[in-house]
Design a protein around this ligand. Structure first.
Ligand SMILES: Cc1cc2nc3c(=O)[nH]c(=O)nc-3n(C[C@H](O)[C@H](O)[C@H](O)COP(=O)(O)O)c2cc1C
Length: 177
C-alpha cells in the first residue's frame, strides 16, 4: 500500500481550509475539499481528514469515510485547545483512529442561512447571561463571550505539531506494508 494520498477537508467559514492548506505546505501532499472528486478513484485511499465542529459533530466525516480511508482525523472548533475536549469529540464521533482537536476561531460575518440561525440559538443565551453579570461567568464562558462578540482566529502552526508527528509515523508504516 502506498502512503497517505491527500488531506481532505470540510470547512464552512475558512479555518479548517486554512489548517488543511498549512498542513499541505508542511508535509507536501494536496489539500482538497471532501466534495472534490479529482482524487477519488473508488478505492478508499488513506487520507488525513479535517472537519469543522458543529454542535459536537465533525462535519463532512460521513462523506470522508464513504469515499476515503481517513487514517488520521482532526476536528476544528472555536473551543479552547484541550485534551478533555478532544477526547469528548472523538467519543461523540465514533473515532477509532488517531484524533486531534485544533482550535480554529469564529468568523460570525461569514455564517449564512441555517448555520447562522443555529449559531444565534447557541450564542444568545450565553450573551444574555454575560449581560446579567460578568462575575457569574466561568473563564471558558468569558472566552466564548469575547469570541462571539469580537471574532478571532487561533489557527497556528504549533497546533499541528502532534498531528504531523503521527502522520510521519503512519505514513512510513503504510509505505513499507
Ligand atoms: C452552528 C454552529 C455550531 C458550532 N458548534 C461548535 C461546537 O460544538 N464546538 C466548537 O468548538 N465550535 C463550534 N462551532 C464553531 C466552529 O466550529 C468554528 O467557528 C470553526 O473554526 C469553524 O471552522 P470553519 O471555518 O472551517 O468552518 C460552531 C459554529 C456554528 C456556526
Amino acid at each position: 500500500m502506498a502512503g497517505i494520498k491527500a488531506i481532505v477537508y470540510e470547512s464552512n467559514t475558512g479555518f479548517t481550509k486554512e489548517y488543511a492548506e498549512l498542513l499541505s505546505e508542511i508535509i507536501g501532499i494536496p489539500a482538497i475539499p471532501v466534495i472534490d472528486n479529482s482524487m477519488f478513484h473508488g478505492e478508499r485511499e488513506p487520507v488525513i481528514f479535517l472537519g469543522w465542529v458543529c454542535a459536537g459533530k465533525i462535519n463532512g466525516i460521513r462523506m470522508a469515510r464513504l469515499k476515503f480511508n481517513p487514517v488520521i482525523i482532526a476536528g476544528v472548533g472555536m473551543t479552547q485547545q484541550s485534551d478533555k475536549y478532544a477526547f469528548a469529540l472523538a467519543q461523540q464521533n465514533n473515532i477509532d483512529v488517531p484524533f486531534y482537536y485544533l482550535q480554529g476561531g469564529l468568523h460570525r460575518e461569514r455564517l449564512k442561512g441555517f448555520y447562522k440561525i443555529m449559531f444565534k440559538m447557541v450564542a444568545n443565551p450565553i450573551l444574555r447571561k454575560a449581560e446579567k453579570g460578568k462575575s457569574q461567568l466561568s473563564e471558558h464562558e468569558q472566552y466564548t463571550v469575547d469570541l462571539i462578540k469580537n471574532g478571532g482566529s487561533f489557527v497556528k502552526h504549533e497546533n499541528l505539531e502532534e498531528l504531523i508527528k503521527k502522520y510521519k509515523e503512519i505514513n512510513s508504516i503504510l509505505k513499507i506494508s
